[in-house]
Design a binder for this molecule. Structure first.
Ligand code: GAP
Length: 490
């Protein structure tokens, strides 16, 4: 039987959503392309993210910094010292696996954060062998996850690295941005861009890749005068949380979370905003904030909660984003290594950082995975309009009796009203509906004989397949109404 994962990835490959990079030359694992349909979905996800997070404060801005950064940056951030994973290499066939993941697969428990010695002992104790050739593994070693590169051709070899997270861009740019933005805190600097990690065993389609896109917001603030946030907006909103040691996730109102989770309103507010964003992506109730233990936390974090979404393809909750209180770890490190003074004016300390970090590829896949629907005669993605590749398809019922001309008129009018439509006149109308459903287009607009007589068109709804007649002149307005978003936001 074809699994949910196989069905979703098959459509993804067939309909140019996401596919392996440079396939004809044999894929290097961990690299994927977004095709003509996938690029639209990804772009819309990114735009929704921008709109949601950058509107939280007037002093939150988007910047674009370089992907290649000097070695000093990663000395300052701690990545050179700490950013590695334990690798187990098979003594016979040479296959390499992440040792903690291998143990997790065999023993069904989490082993993140253990030392190489502890992992080696566990591998021996449980006699873990290579799943492919059954030979034992060599001693586990830590391997850096960063991609180094030599910059320029001079003898003195300048070493740079592909950034393993977008976050270092805002830290390295902090001083200029702080000055340019009137030295006001909180200051938010966001980047949506590529990050690179030489993952030991890339897997699960776009879930663990070597090149991926992150959408990260770094909020710089004074830790002794926490910024005010409009907490009243979220006080009755319920977070779904799985604190360390708890067996099951529970709902907790933001007003109570402050005490229960031991975090001030400032932090709880941003957790709520992250959860609300995930919810707006058609994933209501299918997520939770899982708290990481001291052993599991990233080396730079004081608070660390993973935002996890349930994916039917994997049959479990998987991490798609992180809520990280990085304290003064990064600015402190950059100040020390560069000898620049990054202190808050008049204070003897640097700003602290709260990071909201999203993996775009994981989020796009989680949305698709949860939106996948199968009926006897069709499959479709019940995508929220905000991330559908197009808002509507426009179809002449037949290619005669001036229906194509009228349909092109309707198509043009929709585009002019800011509605993202496409025109399709090939194949039976049933096939055209099916093609659009398969990639999640919410509405089909059909121009038929009646359109020529009374100026009305058919609007077909993707999920229910219901149809309604609407005057062509009223169509943009009606589509906006259906999407329940103000015109222009479709
Ligand atoms: N700046 C903080 C940071 O990078 P992270 O937990 O390492 O934190 C943040 O990564 C997000 O980036 C993750 O929640 C995940 O969605 C995404 N991500 C991380 N590694 C990835 C990989 N190898 N492939 C795809 N997405 C990845």
């Amino acid at each position: 039987m074809t699994s949910h994962f196989e069905k979703v990835t098959e459509i993804s490959l067939k309909r140019a959503i996401i596919y392996p990079d440079a396939e004809m030359h044999g894929q290097m694992s961990g690299f994927f392309d977004y095709g003509s349909v996938g690029s639209e979905i990804k772009r819309r996800w990114e735009n929704a993210w921008r709109e949601h997070f950058l509107s939280l404060n007037q002093n939150f801005h988007e910047i674009q910094t370089t992907i290649v950064m000097p070695e000093q940056v990663f000395k300052a951030s701690g990545h050179l010292e700490h950013f590695h994973d334990p690798v187990a290499v098979c003594s016979k066939c040479g296959v390499s696996e992440r040792a903690d993941h291998l143990l997790e697969e065999f023993l069904g428990e989490k082993f993140e954060g253990l030392t190489v010695q502890e992992l080696n002992a566990l591998m021996k104790k449980h006699k873990i062998v290579c799943t492919k050739c059954k030979a034992p593994f060599k001693e586990i070693e830590d391997k850096s996850l960063m991609f180094p590169l030599q910059v320029g051709a001079s003898e003195d070899k300048t070493i740079g690295y592909l950034r393993p997270e977008t976050a270092q861009g805002p830290y390295a740019s902090f001083k200029r941005e702080f000055r340019a933005n009137r030295q006001k805190l909180p200051l938010g600097l966001a980047i949506i861009g590529k990050a690179f990690r030489n993952e030991i065993s890339p897997r699960q389609f776009v879930f663990r890749t070597r090149e991926f896109t992150q959408a990260e917001l770094q909020v710089f603030f004074d830790p002794k005068e926490l910024p005010e946030v409009p907490f009243h907006e979220v006080k009755d909103y319920e977070l779904i949380v799985l604190p360390v040691g708890a067996k099951d996730a529970k709902k907790v109102k933001c007003s109570k979370a402050v005490k229960e989770l031991g975090m001030s309103e400032f932090f709880v507010y941003f957790m709520a905003k992250m959860q609300q964003f995930i919810e707006s992506m058609g994933l209501p109730g299918k997520f939770r904030f899982a708290q990481l233990s001291d052993e599991e936390k990233a080396f730079y974090n004081k608070y660390h909660w993973d935002l996890e979404v349930f994916c039917p393809s994997f049959g479990k909750f998987v991490e798609v984003a992180g809520f990280h209180y990085r304290t003064d770890h990064d600015l402190g490190g950059h100040a020390a290594v560069s000898k620049e003074n990054l202190n808050i004016p008049g204070k003897d300390y640097v700003p602290h950082v709260l990071e909201l970090s999203f993996g775009v590829d994981r989020n796009v896949f989680a949305v698709l995975d949860n939106a996948f629907r199968e009926e006897s005669d069709r499959t479709y993605f019940a995508l929220p309009q905000a991330v559908a590749p197009w808002d509507a398809g426009v179809y002449p019922l037949v290619n005669r009796e001036s229906m194509p001309e009228k349909a092109l008129e309707v198509f043009k009018a929709l585009r002019e009203s800011g509605i993202k439509a496409f025109y399709d006149a090939s194949g039976t109308i049933g096939k055209r509906y099916a093609r659009a459903d398969e990639v999640g287009v919410p509405f089909g607009i059909t121009i038929d004989g009646d359109t020529l007589k009374d100026g009305t068109v058919t609007v077909r709804h993707r999920d229910s397949k219901e149809q309604e007649r609407v005057s062509a002149a009223q169509l943009p307005e009606r589509l906006c109404e259906l999407a329940a978003t103000p015109q222009g936001k479709l």
